[in-house]
Ligand binder design. Sequence first.
Ligand code: FES
Length: 121
Amino acid sequence: MVGPEDDSGEPVGDGQAGHVVELVWPDGRTETIRVGSDESIVDAAEAAGVAIPYGCLYGACGTCTAELLDGELRHTTHPRALKDRSLDTGYVLPCIGTPETDCRLRVGHGIQAEVVGTPWR
Ligand code: FES
């Protein structure tokens, strides 16, 4: 099943504050988006017309798993889909992640498999 639409309807701020996030796909394609201080990276990407994988939008399914290459990102709620070891090695959940600095993120469907496929579960 594909995840439902986000129906939160919460305000996203005025969009002026925030940080620049560069999204990097495995094929080398990149997109740069601006993410407001109260906005998740998935929300900002959607608003910019940039498609990145997502499902639940609340940190449980892991579909959106990405790797933080540079910068700092804060999860606004507990990232249930990621184990501590994955978090320690730089994996993040953009659906509940908002940047604290300008960031570079590796995104794409294959990244969730890297996390799920680890032998230390
Ligand atoms: S969309 Fe489900 S964890 Fe991010």
